[in-house]
Design a binder for this molecule. Structure first.
Ligand code: SF4
Length: 246
């Protein structure tokens, strides 16, 4: 198969969009396998730390989406790594789908098309120093730290697409939330995000189940609101827990 006619897919399923401005909208999810980052708390390790999946032709993906909801989410892993993501994005939009691309915003993908670029820049706490030390793979953590933010790519994505920014925030205590908020504010300033667009910046607690999230919201909500930023839901985790296929 030619390189741009297939993608390695870790899973695909129909569910509700759990995060961002379109939370609650029924959507087909296509999760590509492969990521250039290695977040310490990655919630889809089968696309990053231990990638798996089968090659699926774009024709089959387009047919599968045609039988599902109008909204489609191309996620990963990192879909922007693959030229075939651009081809798929164009075909899905031509077929009348609303397409969200979920990306960490570190890579360009020439020709990519999207109705919503959902960008999740990775904060300092994502770097897996402890895990890499334990596995004697420090180079992995160093690469992640070097690559997790690319201001030029983030500027291009926020200038070229309808966008939202999503951040995972540590909510162990008020101090950890404040530290993350400061880092987020620095990034928003560097990207020159205008005040009128702060409602496109969604902050979500780290957590693997509804109890985690509820505790996180209680700590973080007042601090996030105080800064004029937006609380982000993680409806899929509240409904189903951190389970594949949801
Ligand atoms: S960018 Fe996403 S898929 Fe990649 S390691 Fe981080 S959380 Fe996992």
């Amino acid at each position: 198969m030619a390189e741009d006619t297939w993608l390695r897919i870790q899973e695909r399923f129909v569910s509700v969009q759990g995060e961002g401005a379109l939370v609650g909208v029924p959507s087909s999810f296509i999760r590509v396998s492969g990521c250039n980052l290695r977040c310490a708390w990655c919630d889809t390790p089968r696309t990053s730390w231990a990638p798996e999946g089968e090659a699926v032709e774009l024709d089959a993906l387009v047919r599968w989406c045609a039988a599902g909801p109008r909204h489609v989410v191309l996620t990963g892993g990192e879909p922007m790594l693959f030229a075939a993501s651009a081809a798929l994005s164009q075909r899905l939009r031509a077929a009348g789908h609303h397409l969200t691309i979920e990306t960490a915003g570190t890579r360009r993908c020439p020709g990519i098309a999207a109705d919503l670029m959902s960008i999740s820049p990775k904060l300092g706490h994502s770097t897996p120093w402890d895990r890499a030390r334990a596995q004697a793979k420090l180079a992995l953590a160093e690469r992640h730290e070097r690559d997790r933010l690319d201001l030029a790519v983030l500027r291009e994505l926020t200038a070229g697409f309808a966008w939202q920014l999503k951040f995972v925030v540590r909510c162990a205590d008020a101090a950890s939330v404040r530290a993350d908020l400061d880092e987020i504010e620095d990034l928003l300033a560097a990207l020159e995000i205008p005040a009128k667009h702060r409602d496109r910046v969604l902050l979500m607690p780290e957590g693997v189940d509804a109890a985690d999230l509820e505790a996180g919201y209680r700590v973080a909500a007042p601090l996030i609101v105080e800064r004029g930023l937006r609380l982000g839901l993680r409806l899929h985790i509240q409904l189903y827990g951190n389970r594949p296929g949801t």
